[in-house]
Write a protein of this length. Structure first.
Length: 218
């Protein structure tokens, strides 16, 4: 039977979380908002609209949401030519592909950003499909992005594993009914990932690759 390995990208396969923090912090600053970087870090992994709502509250001027998202996109875009893959990210995807897993990326990135992320990972032949938050009504922590990834892979939830670095990833995967694996390279503590639904937690893609035989991806 087919089986699917679904991966978040930012902070899981590519070392971008703190670049996102810096870009969002500056976007908020330019718009007159003082948002602590630690708060931005905890919100990374939410889609843009959800991140803004989470940090500024429901009583904000929602008419400026698109302006904030555009500012973040422009600031973050300065790094597209040098996004760093996390250790062994590409090798992990290639190994899973050889082992018969259908590898699907579940990310809110699209267009030039997604292209830059895939260049950083450098494992296109191993990636079977990409599920974007733009393709669903709700992004993480709702289950729809993971459910969409499973549809693309043609695999039921019980034959899939979702790998991510944030509590939003673990919540989305758990709600979709898949086993969840957390990685610490996004900067979120182990206890938080486990509380949000992680069945196992590894340091980074290299640690997961070295531990495959004893992992949910065995």
């Amino acid at each position: 039977m087919e089986r699917a390995a679904v991966f978040d990208v930012d902070g899981t396969l590519v070392d971008t979380n703190h670049l996102h923090v810096t870009a969002w912090w500056e976007a908020f600053r330019q718009a007159g908002h003082r948002v602590p970087m630690h708060a931005v870090h905890r919100a990374v992994g939410l889609p843009s609209s959800g991140l803004v709502a989470h940090l500024l509250g429901e009583d904000r001027d929602t008419g400026r949401d698109d302006e904030l998202s555009a500012a973040h996109k422009a600031l973050y875009g300065q790094y597209f030519d040098r996004l760093p893959a996390l250790p062994d990210a590409g090798r992990l995807l290639e190994r899973l592909h050889r082992d018969g897993w259908t590898v699907v990326l579940a990310t809110s990135a699209g267009g030039a950003e997604l292209s830059a992320l895939r260049r950083a990972i450098d494992a296109d032949e191993a990636i079977g499909a990409t599920a974007s938050a733009d393709d669903v009504a709700e992004g993480k922590p709702a289950p729809e992005p993971v459910e969409h990834a499973l549809e693309l892979a043609g695999v039921p939830a019980e034959r899939a594993v979702f790998v991510g670095d944030t509590v939003w990833d673990m919540q989305a995967g758990s709600r979709a009914g898949v086993r969840c694996v957390g990685v610490l390279c996004g900067g979120i503590p182990r206890a938080d990932l486990e509380e949000a639904g992680a069945d196992a937690v590894y340091d980074d893609p290299a640690h997961l690759l070295a531990s495959l035989s004893d992992s949910p991806l065995a």
